[in-house]
Structure formats: structure tokens, C-alpha cells
Write a protein that binds this ligand. Structure first.
Ligand code: A3P
Length: 332
């Protein structure tokens, strides 16, 4: 079955509320501070974060129309922090009774078809559990940009060393970058990233928005790191299962279910599946090659791109921004 929907927000394009949103959107585009986009020309600074025109509209629509449910679980991340990996782990952990590991949904469907992005235009969702509780969603929006009604939802947040995020993001955005613009050099991307001018950024404020929320409500936000997932995936999968309310049973432990999940969602396995190798998927207004979600999948690829001076600058910003927050950096 192939289902189409627009991320659980329903509206009539001629209703009064929708027209108000369009007017507000237009007004904001004229008045908000502008910065350079990585894939398109302009980003807008909305309540401290840089987003494009389409995402700004999505936030306004979510604010008015999204009806959260207390059972909702949202995977949140700054883009290129390991969202694809986490989404496959969450999806296969939650649905482990529904699919056999030898003939799994993920063998024939790209990870984009598993969990919908909140507020983004639809792409085909081929798994019908999307509609039943607990509903899973993904967002790249900072915690403070999300509608107030979502304070009852649970969040899994994944963060990653900003140096690796920068490199990963530069590669990805160069592929999406409009052909009408001059190519974005790595040096330009580095400078913009450090200034915080980067889709969904600044990176550091994004991480802190979820970190602070996790301190306030530790039972509602599971705060993870890409690096810990790389080093101890089995620990993280068990944590995910507990957090999503479906702990791994003793019997499942004996059967090796945790490692079945890890192997299914491993970089090597997913990257080599035919369904993830060829073709394009629609992501908002962009067409993305399916394989571009699987580049290297390593810790420390930044060493191939950043000079010693660039490394020190990013580490310095991280140290300064995280100071006093209780959040440790990525080199400690
Ligand atoms: P690199 O570009 O450093 O290789 P996101 O999913 O948030 O867009 O993040 C993309 C990054 O996660 C890319 O990093 C990608 O290669 C990596 N990635 C994707 N799937 C992965 C997996 N199963 N295991 C580890 N890393 C993965």
C-alpha cells in the first residue's frame, strides 16, 4: 500500500487561518534578517535560527495546525548528525515484531519512507504504522521553534561532532545547491558555519536547545551522540527500546535481536542495498539522490578537510558555547 499525506497537518487553502499565515509569512520574509543559504540564495533568521522560505512556512503551519499526541516520539537532530541511521534504528526497534530480519521493510524501501518529517511536503510513506500510536516523526528544527503543544511529546535527539557535521553538510548541500548560484567552496561553508549561518543553525544553539530541555525533562528527551552509537551501538539500541516503551526482553536478548537490528541498520548494509543506491527522492522542494544519505559514515573525516587553525576555531566555539551548560564537547 502506498500512502500519501502532508505530515499530519490538514488545512484548507482558502480558510481564514491559512490566509493569515500566508500574510504573516510574506511579512516575515520582508522583515527578517537575511543570510546566505548553502543550497539556495537566502536564509532568514527566525527567532534565532536560520531557515529557508519553505521551512518558515512549515513552522507557521505547524504552530496553527499540528495536533500533537502525548504518545508521539520525535527524532530531532541538526542535519547530517546521523538522522538516517537513528531513523532506521528507531523504526526497526519499534516494529521488530512486524518484520522478519531476513525479509525486512528496509530491504526494499529507502529510510526516507519510514518516518515522516514534521511539516514537510509529503513523499510516499510505504509503512502504514505511520498512523498508529506511537507516531514517529523527524525534525531538524531547534526545540524552541516547535509548537508549544509538543511539550508533551518524547524526543530522541542525536548530536555529532560539529567538525564532522560541517564536512558532511558541505558535501550534501553542494549536491542540492541551485545551478544558478556559484559553487560553495569549503572555506565559505566553514566561515558561514562558524558564524552560525547554516540551515537550522547555529549548530551550537540547536544542540543546546535540546540539551536544556533534556535537563528539565530527562524522561522526555533521550540525548544521544553519533560517536557513542558508533562505539557501543548495542547500548544505544537497548536505550532506544526502553525509551520507546518496548524494552528488549530476555528472550529477544537470547535470540540476538539487538544485533539483528544493528546489522540491518549498519552503514555497510544500508549503503549496499539496491533500493538505496539508485534514483532520487523528493525532500521538500529538493530532489536528492538516494545514495547521498550514505557517504562515509565515519568519525573524524574532518581531518581530511580542516586545517589545524580551522579545527581550533570550531573547538574554541564549542567550548565557549557549551561552557556552564554541563554538556561536554566532542574532544573530551
Ligand atoms: P558522512 O557524510 O560523514 O558520511 P543525516 O542522516 O543526519 O543526514 O546524516 C548523514 C551522515 O550520517 C552522513 O555522514 C552519512 O554517511 C552518515 N550515515 C548514514 N547512515 C549511516 C549509518 N547507518 N551508520 C553510520 N553513519 C551513517
Amino acid at each position: 500500500m502506498s500512502l500519501r499525506f502532508t505530515s499530519f497537518i490538514e488545512y484548507e487553502e482558502d480558510d481564514v487561518e491559512y490566509n493569515k499565515i500566508c500574510d504573516e509569512h510574506k511579512h516575515l520574509l520582508e522583515t527578517l534578517p537575511k543570510g546566505s543559504g548553502w543550497s539556495i540564495q537566502h536564509l532568514y533568521n527566525y527567532n534565532g535560527f536560520w531557515i529557508d522560505e519553505m521551512l518558515l512556512k512549515a513552522i507557521l503551519l505547524l504552530d496553527t495546525y499540528f495536533k500533537s499526541e502525548p504518545t508521539d516520539i520525535v527524532l530531532a537532530s541538526f542535519m547530517k548528525s546521523g538522522t538516517t541511521w537513528l531513523k532506521t534504528l528507531m523504526f526497526s526497534t519499534l516494529n521488530r515484531d512486524r518484520y522478519s530480519f531476513s525479509n525486512h521493510f528496509l530491504h526494499n524501501n529507502h529510510p526516507l519512507s519510514t518516518i515522516p518529517f514534521l511539516g514537510m511536503k509529503s513523499y510516499p510513506m510505504t509503512d502504514s504504522t505511520t498512523f498508529s500510536a506511537p507516531r514517529l516523526f523527524i525534525t531538524h528544527f531547534a526545540r524552541t521553534l516547535l509548537p508549544a503543544c509538543m511539550s508533551s511529546c518524547k524526543f530522541v535527539y542525536v548530536c555529532r561532532d560539529p567538525k564532522d557535521v560541517l564536512v558532511s553538510k558541505w558535501h550534501f548541500m553542494c549536491k542540492l545547491r541551485s545551478k544558478d548560484l556559484t559553487p560553495l567552496s569549503f572555506d565559505e561553508a566553514f566561515e558561514l558555519f562558524c558564524l552560525g549561518v547554516s540551515e537550522f543553525g547555529p549548530f551550537w544553539e540547536h544542540v543546546l536547545s535540546y540539551w536544556r530541555a533534556s535537563l528539565e525533562s530527562p524522561d522526555k528527551i533521550l540525548f544521544l551522540r553519533y560517536e557513542e552509537l558508533k562505539k557501543q551501538p548495542e547500548v544505544v539500541v537497548r536505550k532506544l527500546a526502553d525509551f520507546m516503551g518496548k524494552p528488549i526482553t530476555m528472550e529477544e536478548e537470547k535470540k540476538g535481536v539487538v544485533w539483528e537490528i544493528i546489522n540491518l541498520c549498519s552503514f555497510e548494509n544500508l549503503r549496499n542495498l539496491e533500493v538505496n543506491k539508485k534514483g532520487v527522492e523528493k525532500l521538500g522542494n529538493f530532489e536528492v539522490e538516494k545514495q547521498s544519505f550514505f557517504r562515509k559514515g565515519e568519525i573524524g573525516d574532518w581531518k581530511n578537510y580542516l586545517s589545524e587553525e580551522m579545527k581550533d576555531r570550531i573547538d574554541g566555539i564549542t567550548k565557549q558555547k557549551f561552557q556552564g551548560s554541563g554538556l561536554i564537547g566532542f574532544n573530551e
